[in-house]
Ligand binder design. Structure first.
Ligand code: NAP
Length: 353
């Protein structure tokens, strides 16, 4: 195995799931592409698994903050084994097991990323869990610690609590000493959140467009959070859920704007004033790009929590690379608890790379 870049100029083709035209998951197709070669400061990774995240569905439709030039592969997190390293890379080294996050491009057999975006993964961490770890736990840790300065004993309300971000918020909220109130659209999703440590829960309506249902949602949240309300609301859902949830916020509460799975909401600003509250944006990917050292420090803290058994991604469904489009379609169906993973190398076909 060559240590730096590729020794010979041999043409090696690898497979990638690519977006050739804007559209839904059905527009993705498998193509053979030249194996990417790492430049200085980069590494090439033989990908074993990719975590599927909501932005994968948006980026292929040109509805995300990023608009990559086509053709490109979706996928913003992966795990695998370092195959080649570019000039100047001291760590990681060839053969090491790593996970990494990247703006897009993970759904391919070989992927090049900046060396400083890689995290070594422990021997006992399976590739599927490693691929389903960085984006959700990284985002939530940054939201709770970096943006909300969470304190032990605070009431943390998590919307969409059975989803990828939601379950990570439940687990990290508990690990950081909060009282966690989980809210989700089905008993099955709520049960997943309760099994991961939530103290209380609310099952909400799948359609809150009716004002009476929205009011009932606020009342249910107030009952579950207690008299003072929610000190922190972690909101990856938005849409018709954000305002009624905000109405349950405590004095000096913080509403963390994480995502818009149900659409982009607007909240009347008088509500923010009345509770002396904060509406706080969370854009983990952009923050990581601006401050990779701080991001790496968070990732080390998260790996320590994983090693202690206090957090662990719930990988609920697995798809092959060929079926990566189906995996994305399944995520947006709103029917999944936990994380979906695309296995690029299935566990049966694993070699030592
Ligand atoms: N800010 C950041 O840095 C950052 C980083 C990563 C992800 N995100 C965002 O966070 C959000 C959640 O991402 P995720 O990967 O956790 O997704 P996910 O696993 O699919 O979870 C999203 C949850 O949203 C709820 N939901 C409500 N309406 C929905 C709809 N119309 N379609 C689909 N889901 C709906 C669902 O829960 P219920 O059915 O229980 O309502 C679902 O479990 C996305 O908007 C994503 O873009 C933001």
């Amino acid at each position: 195995m060559p240590r730096n870049g590729r020794d010979a100029m041999e043409e090696v083709a690898v497979r990638a799931l690519q977006s050739l035209t804007p559209g839904g998951p059905e527009t993705l197709s498998i193509r053979e592409v030249d194996e990417p070669v790492p430049a200085a400061g980069q590494v090439a990774i033989t990908v074993h698994a990719c975590g599927v995240n909501f932005p994968d569905a948006l980026v292929i439709e040109d509805r995300y903050q990023l608009r990559p030039t086509r053709p490109f592969s979706p996928g913003s997190e992966l795990s695998g084994v370092v195959r080649h390293v570019g000039e100047g890379v001291m760590t990681p080294s060839v053969g090491q097991r790593v996970s990494a996050s990247l703006p897009f491009g993970a759904m391919a057999e070989v992927v090049v990323v900046a060396a400083d975006r890689c995290t070594l993964i422990p021997d006992n961490m399976p590739f599927d869990e490693a691929a389903a770890f960085q984006v959700t736990y990284g985002t939530v840790y940054y939201a709770l610690v970096g943006r909300a300065s969470i304190r032990a004993g605070e009431a943390l309300l998590v919307l969409g609590a059975g989803g990828g971000i939601g379950l990570a918020a439940v687990e990290l909220g508990k690990a950081l000493g909060a009282r966690v109130i989980a809210a989700a659209s089905s008993q099955e999703k709520l049960d997943a959140a309760l099994a991961r440590g939530a103290d209380a829960g609310v099952v909400y309506d799948r359609d809150l467009s009716n004002p009476a249902r929205a009011k009932a949602f606020t009342q249910a949240l107030k009952a579950a959070c207690g008299q003072e309300g929610a000190d922190i609301i972690l909101d990856p859902v938005g849409g018709a859920y954000a305002e009624p949830a905000f109405r349950s916020i405590a004095w000096q509460g913080r509403h963390l704007v994480v995502g818009f799975a149900a659409g982009i909401p607007s909240i009347p600003l008088n509500l923010v004033l009345l509770k002396n509250a904060q509406l706080t944006g969370v854009f983990w990917g952009a923050w990581m790009a601006r401050d990779p050292l701080a991001g790496a420090q968070d990732m080390r803290a998260l790996m320590a929590l994983y090693a202690e058994g206090r957090i662990r991604p719930l990988v609920s469904e697995r798809y092959s690379l060929e079926r990566g489009g189906e995996a994305i379609a399944r995520l947006v169906s709103r029917g999944v608890s936990g994380k979906i993973v695309v296995e690029v190398i299935s566990s049966e076909n694993r070699t030592n790379d």
